[in-house]
Design a protein around this ligand. Structure first.
Ligand code: URA
Length: 218
């Protein structure tokens, strides 16, 4: 049986196929409105998602946060324990390092940028999200990026980079140059969790962020 949520989801997929100008809200096609899609619409679409096994262990969906008109979006891999508890991305140790990069290297605040993940629910034991879990969750991130339309995306680590660039090339070979996600420039760099274990690599991330800063004219 088709539920209102199913038909809203289908409507959103159809709209995304034709462009993002019109969205049927999560309440269903009967609530159709001619207006641009918002992050709230995408949030409502994600609500109570059970498309993959990750929903079983989650405390909170970690949707993403920041400016809906951010020029710069960071994409991580998936929530850890702190993020799952609070429902907010990058608030643990790796997140604190990301905040320092945003503030001290880019001279921005977390409120200026947008921070999201490939998967919205915490993988058990902080394992990497599996390919099918990433695939199930990708339409949500794609919709977020289509609403925000940033000038630059920074992918943090292999999972985010491989999923957005659709490649398996090692992150060490991809970082340090801009790639394209559609018409948007994308800079892959190391994940801050990796930097916590390999502090000598911070220098490379610093260099990558200087390129981002330059691309944004900051
Ligand atoms: N690592 C991630 O990839 N995302 C988070 O939100 C936190 C840690």
């Amino acid at each position: 049986m088709t539920t209102p949520k199913d038909s809203a989801e289908k409507a959103l997929e159809v709209e995304r196929f034709f462009g993002t100008e019109i969205l049927f809200g999560a309440a269903g096609p009967e609530a159709a409105q001619k207006r641009p899609m918002t992050l709230e619409d995408v949030r409502a679409w994600v609500d109570d998602c059970k498309k993959c096994r990750l929903h079983e262990g989650r405390t909170n969906i970690v949707f993403g946060e920041g400016s809906p008109s951010a020029r710069l979006v960071f994409v991580g891999e998936g929530p850890g324990a702190d993020e799952d508890r609070e429902g907010r991305p990058f608030i643990g140790r790796a997140g604190k390092m990301l905040t320092r990069i945003i503030e001290n290297v880019l001279n921005l605040t977390r409120e200026d940028v947008y921070i999201a993940n490939i998967v919205k629910c915490r993988p058990p034991g902080n394992r990497n999200p599996q390919a099918d879990e990433c695939a199930m969750c990708m339409p949500y991130l794609t919709a977020q990026l289509e609403v925000i339309r940033p000038e630059v995306i920074v992918t943090l680590g292999s999972v985010a980079t491989h999923n957005l660039l659709n490649t398996k090339t090692p992150i060490g070979r991809l970082r340090g140059t801009f790639h394209q996600w559609g018409n948007t420039r994308l800079m892959p760099t190391y994940h801050t969790a990796y930097l916590l274990r390999n502090p000598a690599e911070k220098r490379k991330v610093y260099d990558d962020m200087l390129m981002v800063k330059d691309a944004l004219g900051l």
